[in-house]
Design a protein around this ligand. Structure first.
Ligand SMILES: Nc1ncnc2c1ncn2[C@@H]1O[C@H](COP(=O)(O)OP(=O)(O)O)[C@@H](O)[C@H]1O
Ligand SMILES: O=P(O)(O)OC[C@H]1O[C@](O)(COP(=O)(O)O)[C@@H](O)[C@@H]1O
Ligand SMILES: [Mg+2]
Length: 464
């Protein structure tokens, strides 16, 4: 076991040929009389599961992080495979679980809540599940609600979170006091990078106090900015919904002479929604994201490209991620929200004014620009069918993990397999579009937009 020097034990298990397991903590790592207190998994006698051969996950099953390898390369990093274990560390009647949702909305939040409640109830016979109102601060400043399969039965058809959410308000020691006072022994925390940092702090404090409380995270991010996992739940739904805005922009642009449709999509630091929505649509002429700097004036700049496209096609559609071009837009001191995230300026509005101004000055092309900002409409929708299945499985994995005594983990899909990932791996950096990777090249070749790589001398380049 290695320590990262921050009082956190990172569990690294090494094996032959460069095999490394980045394991997740277990309650028995710090509660030493626990190993004798195990119970048979109630699923063993559940008619739905008892017929499935090899339903239980082998303790030694792990999932490889990097699936593409050279023939001589080491086996590399692995994560513990998620799923039910033969033995569990909680007696069903003793479990008192709670669920909290934090950060921005994302399609699928209600599906995850529903499945934690139903999974605990129907797979493990757990009846005591409470919902924490409005994010982390709800632990100490709000009431809780009892959650039963009946009260959550159709919530997956609704957008948002029935529990409410918030930013800021994380006070680790007050939260853990409250967990102790309420006799909670399983904590399910649904949220993004900020939330999982908070979840990690809660886990560490619980461990420091020696409590038998499992902490499980379910990563949520509409921006797909959490690393390691294949993609976040709700992302597909967001990309799908973005098509409606892009279609509208295209209709507006093609219905007038020299029409420009400009669509702003979410993506504070990562442009995944913009990139995938562009690739899906094929009506987009230019996609701008935080990771790829761009500039407006001069050779190879955006204005030149707009003029070229309008002359060729008579219309164009531009998609811009909200975090793109913030340097140029920012005219005042940078501001932060309650969680410490950068507050963004409206790049869409700024671009629409700049483009209109530029072409009015030129008086060569008489353009008509329509700006569409569907951002909150996109993240408020219910999950689509595939995100509903995905969210359900993530929630079930989290439940299996907590019942098996694992803690300090998030459930996540890695190369198509469900895994348990230690908090530090998903909070240490953000997932971003790598503009030297093939996906960005595919996007560039689909739009044929400039790469904005060689700005003329003295040009202001817009980056994040
Ligand atoms: N470094 C951190 N340590 C503890 N709590 C944090 C940290 N960063 C964010 N949080 C808390 O996590 C919650 C959600 O964070 P936020 O950044 O708003 O959304 P998200 O989790 O979706 O990224 C907030 O209550 C915030 O106070
Ligand atoms: O207006 P809010 O609620 O602060 O949310 C805006 C932000 O939320 C996001 O959807 C991401 O939020 P999270 O970090 O909470 O997942 C960003 O794309 C956007 O900048
Ligand atoms: Mg975040």
């Amino acid at each position: 076991m290695a320590s990262n020097g921050d009082d956190e034990q990172i569990k690294l298990v090494e094996g032959p040929a460069g095999y490394v397991l980045e394991d997740v903590p277990h309650l028995s790592d710090y509660i030493h009389d626990l190993p004798v207190l195990t119970y048979p998994n109630p699923l063993q006698s559940n008619p739905a599961y008892s017929v499935v051969r090899q339903y239980f996950v082998d303790e030694d099953d792990t999932v490889q992080e990097k699936i593409v390898v050279h023939k001589d390369s080491p086996r590399g990093t692995h994560f513990r495979r998620a799923g039910p274990r033969q033995k569990v560390y909680f007696k069903s009647a003793d479990v008192r679980a709670c669920i909290v949702t934090c950060g921005g909305l994302c399609p699928g939040l209600n599906t995850v809540i529903r499945e934690i409640v139903c999974g605990l109830h129907f797979m493990y016979g757990v009846t005591e599940v409470i919902g924490v109102d409005c994010g982390f601060r709800g632990f100490y400043s709000k009431n809780t609600v009892a959650l039963t399969p009946k009260t959550v039965s159709d919530i997956h058809k609704r957008g948002g979170t029935i529990l409410g959410t918030s930013r800021g308000g994380h006070d680790t020691s007050k939260i853990v006091d409250n967990i102790q006072d309420r006799g909670i022994n399983q904590v399910y925390i649904i949220g993004g990078d900020g939330t999982q940092k908070g979840a990690s702090a809660i886990y560490k404090e619980i461990r420091r106090r020696g409590l038998k409380v499992a902490v499980a995270g379910i990563p949520k991010t509409i921006d797909n900015d959490i690393p390691v996992i294949d993609k976040s739940f709700g992302f597909d739904s967001a990309v799908e919904e973005a098509q409606r805005a892009i279609n509208a922009a295209h209709v507006e642009a093609t219905s007038v002479e020299n029409g420009i449709g400009l669509v702003k999509l979410m993506g504070r630091y990562s442009g995944f929604i913009a990139m995938y929505a562009t690739l899906a649509s094929r009506d987009v002429d230019c996609c701008l994201i935080p990771e790829s700097p761009f500039y407006l004036e001069g050779k190879g700049g955006l204005y030149e490209f707009i003029a070229k496209r309008l002359r060729e096609n008579g219309h164009m559609v531009i998609v811009v991620a909200e975090g793109a071009g913030q340097d140029l837009v920012a005219e005042s001191v940078e501001q932060q929200d309650a969680s410490g995230n950068k507050l963004l300026k409206d790049v869409g509005l700024w671009m629409s004014l700049k483009i209109k101004e530029h072409f009015a000055k030129q008086s060569v092309l008489d353009i008509t620009l329509k700006y569409i900002d569907p951002t909150y409409m996109i993240r408020a929708i219910p999950a689509n069918a595939s995100d509903n299945v995905y969210s359900t499985l993530l929630a079930q994995s989290a439940v299996h993990g907590a019942m098996a005594g694992y803690t300090g983990f998030v459930s996540g899909l890695v190369n198509g397999r469900h895994t348990y990932i230690p908090f530090n791996r998903i909070t240490e950096k953000q997932n971003k579009v790598v503009i030297t990777d093939r996906m960005w090249a595919r996007m560039l070749s689909s739009t044929n937009q400039p790469s904005f790589m060689n700005p003329p001398k003295g040009t202001t380049v817009v980056s994040d």
